[in-house]
Ligand binder design. Structure first.
Ligand code: GDD
Ligand code: MG
Length: 363
């Protein structure tokens, strides 16, 4: 099976992390965010991925190449300008099979997409849309169906008054027949949600009730929520076997024996944790990070190559690659620090602060 992943958005809400890397390449529990989608699709037998990209595409390609995925071939199609969700797929038309999947690149999920494909085949649909329940559908695409799952209406970003009881929304995972491409004019911006799907009503568009974990990763809060859910094993992921076996996922080369580890945490290769340092719960430590003695970290993410000095205290922070934090610095909750910033010994960073990439924070 083939999949097109839509990954053309700019991810402005994750700045300053996204000022140096594209949002889909930002590591989430030590893998590029978008890699989780590749991994999920691979588990369902997808071997051919067309990645529809725009902004900072090279960074995404480099990040996915580095992590890799056996048995999956990824091609990149770069749009000259954002063409909208349907326009982007139309632009990649020459690469498409007779039947293919289209995925919003910013969702984290483990639902059974093989079952969605099976339903698509049994109904003879032209388009099948995975649907999930959410409490507040106003930020999503609201979908109403009849008892046979035929879509009756599609309402993108409905107002609160338009929301019925027990709403289901578009989960951003479609099975499409190639002839749907004939409905999309070439060379201009076109939206599946606002133009193509409404035009398919009464003409072969079905919903599929997706059962499982599902989250749209659009905001920094959702990034934190997804990180916690991955560590809590609330969805099936590459971490699940180790979390089930030992409560945390700690790489073999990490030296953590002298520290105090509170499950669940994820610790990558070549990490050192010095004597008396406390880590967790819900910490993620990227490769090549060093954590000094008696440092205390909870609910925080440290990306590749960070160094944390002796006695540093970090409440709940998101810390980009290569950040250096001097001894006894204090970082309060809900802080985001961009790549390569330097925090001097004894400095204090107040709750909610955003520190730019390469900035220096003095004591
Ligand atoms: N290549 C490309 N070109 N990709 C795009 C473009 C474009 O012009 N516009 C958006 N995308 C990608 C985004 O990068 C993202 O991965 C995905 O398409 C969805 O776009 P968002 O901007 O995140 O849309 P949304 O979250 O507001 O709404 C969409 O997702 C909801 C579920 O999370 C809609 O599909 C809703 O109907 C849906 O409920
Ligand atoms: Mg989204």
């Amino acid at each position: 099976m083939q999949a097109v992943i839509l990954s053309g958005g700019q991810g402005t809400r994750l700045r300053p992390l996204t000022s140096t890397m594209p949002k889909p390449a930002v590591p989430m529990v030590n893998r590029p965010m978008l890699w989780y989608m590749v991994d999920w699709l691979a588990r369902h037998g997808v071997e051919d991925i067309v990645m529809s990209v725009g902004f900072l595409a090279d960074g995404l390609r480099a990040a996915l190449d580095e992590t890799g995925h056996e048995g999956v071939n990824i091609r990149y199609v770069e749009e000259p300008e954002p063409l909208g969700t349907a326009g982007a797929v139309k632009y990649a038309e020459q690469h498409l099979d007779e039947r293919f999947l289209v995925l919003n690149g910013d969702i984290l999920t483990d639902f059974d997409i093989s079952a969605e494909i099976a339903q698509h085949e049994s109904t003879g649909a032209r388009a099948t849309l995975a649907l999930v329940p959410v409490e507040d559908p106003t930020a999503y695409g609201l979908v109403l169906t009849d008892a046979d799952q035929r879509v009756l209406s599609f309402l993108e970003k409905p107002s609160a008054e338009e929301v019925p009881p027990n709403p289901r929304i578009n989960a951003g995972a479609y099975v499409l027949e190639r002839d749907v491409m004939d409905l999309i004019p070439a060379g201009k911006a076109v939206s599946f949600e606002r133009e193509v799907f409404p035009a398919l009503i009464d003409n072969g568009i079905y919903g599929y009730d997706a059962d499982g974990y599902w989250l749209d990763l659009g905001t920094p809060e959702r990034y934190v929520e997804a990180t916690r859910d991955l560590l809590a094993n609330n969805l099936t992921s590459w971490l699940s076997p180790e979390l089930e076996a030992s409560g945390s996922a700690i790489a073999a080369s990490a030296k953590t024996e002298l520290g105090i580890i509170r499950d669940p945490v994820a610790i990558d290769e070549n990490v050192t944790v010095d004597a008396g340092a406390t880590l967790g719960a819900y910490c993620v430590v990227g490769p090549d990070v060093s954590i000094g003695s008696n440092a205390a970290l909870a609910g925080s993410v440290l990306m590749r190559g960070c160094s944390v000095g002796e006695g540093v205290d970090i409440a709940q922070a998101l810390i980009g690659p290569g950040v250096s934090i001097g001894a006894r610095a204090r970082i309060e909750s809900d802080v985001v620090i961009g790549e390569g910033a330097v925090v001097e010994p004894g400095a204090r960073i107040a709750a909610g602060s955003r520190i730019d990439a390469k900035a220096a924070v003095t004591a």
